[in-house]
Design a protein around this ligand. Structure first.
Ligand code: ARG
Length: 627
């Protein structure tokens, strides 16, 4: 074993050192690589290349050597089903092809075990030294050796979608949580990713607030048409007043038709640029934005752009005119519409309304104008909208108009990530105990308190530390509880389950990280040096399973962004945490007498901690040092 370790460290170049040489070939990069080509290949890539070579050497098309993760982990780690397809093309028995390929691979140092089984599957087990070598490379490379995308794209992630002057509620939670994860994931794999909150800052709520304010404080200069002076710098309301004004006005508009019309009129005036209302609007924006920023910051959600529907306003007239000039928009019952139905639609896609008969523009108009603006400012290759899935039709219409009208070129990627509803345990949309809409702040407070109670059950830390830990655990519980579900699905907000330290939960992942930290601390207290040591070939099943899980990191990062699927990262870190805990139970790390092996264990758990920490960072939460 020690000899093996030495060989690994000294990298002898003797011709008999087949494994060493091979692993260099396998990564397809000499130690001192030329120019940019010095990154690691994903493990799947290495295995596939090896398999393709074997097919080619046997006289078959290399592409039959496609390898996938095993779906029978009891039998093998990876598998290749190519012999079945090749059998058809070459008119041979699949098992014969598989056996020939297996024969070629007998010498491979990537595999420890290669088997052909009926009718022609090839079962693969990875070589232990090869795997250890791969781990050591992961430890020393930036981003654990993950290659960034070859062609970085500019990606706009439109998420959050808060409405100014209305408090954030749990409906906005999913948009913020999923969008933030997708933004971070895109950035991590190498795209230029821009997050935009796309505020609802231009709608009827503004007119409602203005009219309600007029009723309450008619003497304000904004309501005096003869007033010519400067408008006050101070807003005539605080955030808590504003939060009370909007629901009151909204309720009033539902029973008072006259009031509603006044609000519509005020909204229209604002949109046309009426100076006093513009001044009021600025106050509403300032007061509300400060509050929104604070709330998003509490959720670890950071936007690059704080733009809103109002920013798209200047682009509307030109865009609408062009739609008319190009003959795309036509009148229908007084409104201006664009037909977007396409052959092969399985359900009816009604025309997209661009302008109402009273001249007002709509939600779709604003989204289209925003695309005009984004094309001008960023020319993004890819748009990702993270919005409630009930807005599916809206985005179908908007995307179709954008392409039809040439607002974006045909090849532009326009993606809608429509998410489901967060339900209460009764299966209905989540509400407060009184049946009202739960505010996001209150929800966060609730889950933080639950996490606090959980931490205090076996209190070992100070009150202050427990509070700070509870905050991190609470956010992790909330976000992981959300992100671990496929976005399109509805899910049940289950407080007790979400804050549990066991099972597929955020706190469980944090707990695993904390456990590793405590191992490392103990090792250091006993005089060990965490940064030394190299990972050795695994000896037992739990150790190898852990390494195999780690080796999949870059694969998972790429696929989850390509599929805009943060839940795949959750599934991955859950599996990784299970593998770590299993390894921990089966291995005496601190009591290990072979110091080199022990140092290898330490390196391995450190790598696991770092991979977990990076992964949760992508999901938008952080781990406390201990729990
Ligand atoms: N403000 C909208 C709402 O609360 C969401 C905005 C989503 N983004 C967009 N580009 N339409 O429903």
């Amino acid at each position: 074993k020690i000899l093996l370790l030495k060989r690994h460290l000294e990298r002898p170049s003797g011709t008999d050192d087949r494994k060493r040489r091979f692993s260099l070939n396998a990564y397809n990069m000499p130690r001192r690589a030329k120019r940019g080509d010095k990154r690691m290949k994903t493990i799947l890539h290495v295995i596939t290349q090896e398999m393709e070579k074997a097919f080619r050497d046997c006289g078959y098309e290399a592409s039959y050597g496609k390898v996938t993760l095993s779906n029978r982990p009891d039998l093998c780690e990876y598998q290749c089903n190519g012999a079945m397809a090749a059998a058809k093309a070459y008119k041979k028995k699949p098992i014969e092809i598989a056996q020939a390929v297996v024969e070629k691979l007998k010498e491979s140092s990537v595999f420890e075990d290669v088997n052909a089984v009926m009718p022609g599957f090839i079962n693969l087990k990875i070589d232990a030294s090869f795997l250890a070598d791969y781990m050591n490379r992961m430890c020393s490379e930036n981003k654990f050796g993950m290659d960034e995308v070859e062609k970085p794209e500019t990606v706009i992630v439109d998420y959050g979608g808060a409405n100014v002057a209305k408090p954030l509620h749990v409906g906005h939670l999913r948009a913020a949580v999923i969008g933030e994860a997708i933004k971070r994931m895109g950035r991590f794999v190498g795209h230029k990713t821009i997050g935009d909150v796309h505020l609802g800052d231009w709608g009827l709520q503004m007119g409602l607030i203005i009219e309600e304010l007029k009723d309450r404080q008619p003497d304000l200069p904004y309501f005096d048409e003869a007033y010519t002076g400067e408008y006050p710098k101070e807003a005539p309301f605080t955030i808590s007043e504003l939060e009370e004004i909007y629901p009151a006005a909204s309720a009033k508009s539902k029973v008072d038709e006259v009031f509603k019309e006044r609000a519509q009129e005020a909204t229209f005036k604002l949109q046309k640029g009426y100076a006093p209302y513009r001044a009021l609007w600025n106050h509403i924006m300032n007061v509300s934005l400060a509050d929104l920023k604070k709330n998003y910051a509490n959720l670890n959600v950071e936007f690059d752009l704080w733009k809103g529907e109002s920013d798209a306003e200047p682009y509307i007239p030109g865009m609408v005119q062009k739609l008319i000039d190009d003959g795309l928009a036509h009148e229908s019952q007084g409104a201006l519409v664009v037909d977007v139905a396409e052959e092969g639609d399985t359900k009816e896609i009604p025309p997209c309304i661009i302008r109402k008969s009273d001249g007002a523009s709509l939600y779709a108009t604003s989204d289209l104008a925003t695309i005009v603006e984004r094309e001008q400012d960023f020319k993004p290759d890819h748009y990702v909208y993270v919005v409630d899935k009930r807005q599916d039709l809206h985005f179908t219409q908007v995307f179709r108009v954008a392409k039809k009208a040439g607002i974006v070129p045909q090849e532009r990627k326009l993606d809608f990530v429509g998410f489901g509803t967060m339900n209460g345990r009764d299966g209905k949309p989540f509400k407060t105990r009184e049946g009202g809409v739960m505010r996001l702040e209150d929800l966060i407070a609730q889950i933080t308190d639950a996490a606090y109670d959980r931490i205090m059950e076996n209190r070992t830390v100070s009150e202050e530390e427990a509070r700070e830990t509870a905050r991190l655990v609470g956010i992790a519980a909330l976000k992981y509880g959300d992100l671990s579900n496929q976005a399109t699905k509805d899910y049940v907000f289950d407080l007790d389950r979400f804050v549990s330290f066991e099972g597929n939960t955020g706190p469980y992942i944090l707990y695993t990280i904390a456990r590793i930290n405590s191992i490392l601390k103990k090792y250091e207290e006993l005089g060990g040096q965490v940064s030394g040591g190299a990972i050795l070939a695994p000896e037992g099943e739990p150790e190898k399973t852990l390494m195999l899980a780690l080796a999949r990191f870059s694969e998972v990062m790429h696929t989850s962004f390509e599929e805009l699927a943060p839940h795949k990262i959750c599934a991955y870190i859950y599996e990784l945490s299970n593998a770590l805990n299993h390894f921990y139970h089966e291995t005496k790390i601190i009591a290990e007498e072979n110091k080199e092996r022990q140092a290898g264990y330490i390196r391995l758990v450190t790598l696991t901690r770092d991979v977990l920490t990076s992964s949760i960072h992508l999901l938008g939460f952080e781990a406390p040092e201990r729990m």
